[in-house]
Design a protein around this ligand. Structure first.
Ligand SMILES: Nc1ncnc2c1ncn2[C@@H]1O[C@H](COP(=O)(O)OP(=O)(O)O)[C@@H](O)[C@H]1O
Ligand SMILES: [Mg+2]
Length: 483
């Protein structure tokens, strides 16, 4: 059921992501609609939360469902009101989609109301409501804290004769909520350690911060974001892959892409470096792996991201010790479990700079393999200009283009280092004795010459031979469908 997860386009980022062409469009629901919708979902969320806690306050739960439903009804009406509509057809589609999601959610909420009125103790744990339940559970609220709105919201619950249920902060994303609020769970020490690997969606990094890599972003949208937002569209033959590999030369945004994914999707994201599993949890790797898959299944839809996966899954070598072999076996077993369990949406993403080290058993499981390449001219230009924007865009476009041209073969992180080096140019000009006194406003702007000097110090980190090998591996094993 798509419903509330798809309705979480409360950030402009998510709205843009939802656009058909992935272009940077910002669509918003008209003001009264978005507020009613947000309130509606919040009431429903609270009702569900209470039900999940096994609360016996059926009257309160019922009131919350009713309040939620009535808010959604009003939002739908406002959405459909004439002359209020958006101007472009794409925007109209967007509003229509949000509207139909609300209709579906409303229908489900009404069913809950009916079920509860007849038998107040039934809980929506399984059956037809379960996917709705999981969508609702992952509904995240506007990132801007609704300080102004909360008192009215509370007042309304109070007015309905209901006590406000314990609720986690409404400005949190689903990932953050797991950080904050599962005190009730009796967790093993492994679970506790793994909990710190849950990436917060509030890290502030989004897809827009990853420059270039359009193919990788598109693949992630198709294989990760959309199936989680619209599971009902992605079943049968369209069941998305459960294993996705990002590979390519170091420093081009593989890790960054997955960080950005945390804020773009509503899935819980566990991010782990393979090396940390082997070193940090010596002898415990196997159990950690098992717990990781169990936690991910419990929190589905979820994503397990294993960075530098080659160190976990490299071809069996003589020096591989028994413990790491057992961990690898546990990983493969967990992975297989994920692939055979259609109902639980757990996705495994691996990233590696050394794809050729992966053995065939591993490759078979990562059925989608995305090449994260070094930036082309356009991406270099954009990255440089984004980096320099923090310093007031000191270089004219023509100069930026010259730098972008001179940096063919540079990785994203090489470029970042170059810009950092150039940014020190104005400081280097000041005699050491004067640095402590200098006023920041009197510093000269960064210029082309700083970049020229920087280019002498910061060189390409990836040779053509190495690049060639990535291309060959990509041609043999990579996902070349969109090329
Ligand atoms: N496509 C990109 N867009 C923006 N910054 C990038 C990009 N690629 C690399 N960087 C910069 O380089 C750093 C390292 O990138 P990272 O994602 O860790 O590379 P990888 O995982 O591919 O080795 C990032 O933190 C970022 O500063
Ligand atoms: Mg990395």
């Amino acid at each position: 059921m798509m419903t509330m997860m798809a309705t979480t386009t409360t950030t402009s980022r998510r709205m843009r992501m939802g656009s058909a062409d992935g272009a940077m469009k910002r669509w918003r629901l008209p003001e009264p609609v978005s507020e009613l919708r947000s309130d509606g979902f919040q009431f429903l969320h609270e009702a569900l939360f209470l039900e999940e806690q096994g609360s016996t306050e059926s009257q309160l739960i019922l009131s919350l469902y009713q309040l939620g439903s009535s808010n959604l009804e009003k939002a739908i009406q406002a959405c459909q009101a004439p002359n209020r509509g958006p101007t472009s057809s794409e925007e109209r589609d967007y509003v229509a989609q949000k509207c139909s999601e609300m209709v579906l959610s409303l229908e489900q909420a009404r069913q809950r109301v009916q079920a509860l009125s007849q038998s107040p103790v039934t809980r929506p744990k399984s059956g037809p409501t379960s996917s709705w339940e999981s969508s609702l559970r992952s509904y995240s609220y506007p990132e801007t804290p609704t300080k102004k709105k909360n008192p009215t919201h509370r007042a309304r619950i109070k007015a309905s004769g209901a006590q406000r249920p314990p609720m986690v902060s409404s400005s949190m994303t689903r990932n953050d909520r797991y950080h904050e609020d599962d005190r009730d769970e009796s967790r093993s020490s492994h679970e506790k350690s793994l909990k710190s690997s849950i990436v917060s969606g509030l890290s502030g990094i989004g897809f827009d911060d990853v420059i270039g890599q359009e193919k990788a972003k598109q693949s992630l949208r198709e294989s990760v974001i959309l199936p989680i937002l619209r599971p009902e569209l992605f079943h049968g033959l369209r069941t998305p892959t459960r294993g996705l590999l990002l590979f390519g030369p170091p420093g081009n945004g593989k890790t960054l892409l997955v960080k950005a994914l945390a804020s773009e999707t509503q899935a819980v994201l566990f991010s782990i470096t393979a090396a940390s599993l082997t070193s940090k949890y010596v002898g415990e790797g196997e159990k950690m792996m098992k717990t990781l898959f169990q936690m991910a299944a419990k929190r589905a839809p979820s994503i397990i991201f294993i960075d530098e996966i080659d160190s976990l899954l490299s071809e069996r070598k003589g020096d591989q010790n028994e413990a790491s072999l057992r961990m690898k076996t546990e990983f493969l077993a967990g992975f297989d479990g994920v692939q055979t369990c259609q109902d639980t949406h757990v996705l495994v993403i691996g990233a590696t700079n050394r794809p050729e080290q992966l053995d065939l058993a591993a490759l078979r499981r990562f059925s989608k393999r995305i090449f994260v390449e070094i930036p082309d001219f356009q991406a270099r230009f954009t990255l440089l200009s984004q980096l320099l924007s923090k310093h007031g865009d000191p270089l004219p476009k023509e100069d930026l283009a010259l730098v972008a041209k001179a940096t063919a073969g540079y990785s994203g992180s090489d470029l970042t280092n170059l810009a950092r080096d150039a940014a020190f140019g104005p400081i280097r000009d000041i005699p050491t004795s004067g640095i402590l006194q200098v006023d920041r406003r009197n510093l000269r702007a960064i210029n082309l010459n700083d970049f020229r000097n920087g280019l002498k110090r910061i060189r390409v980190s990836i040779t053509n031979d190495v690049l060639q090998r990535y291309h060959e591996w990509n041609a043999k094993f990579g996902d070349v469908s969109s090329q």
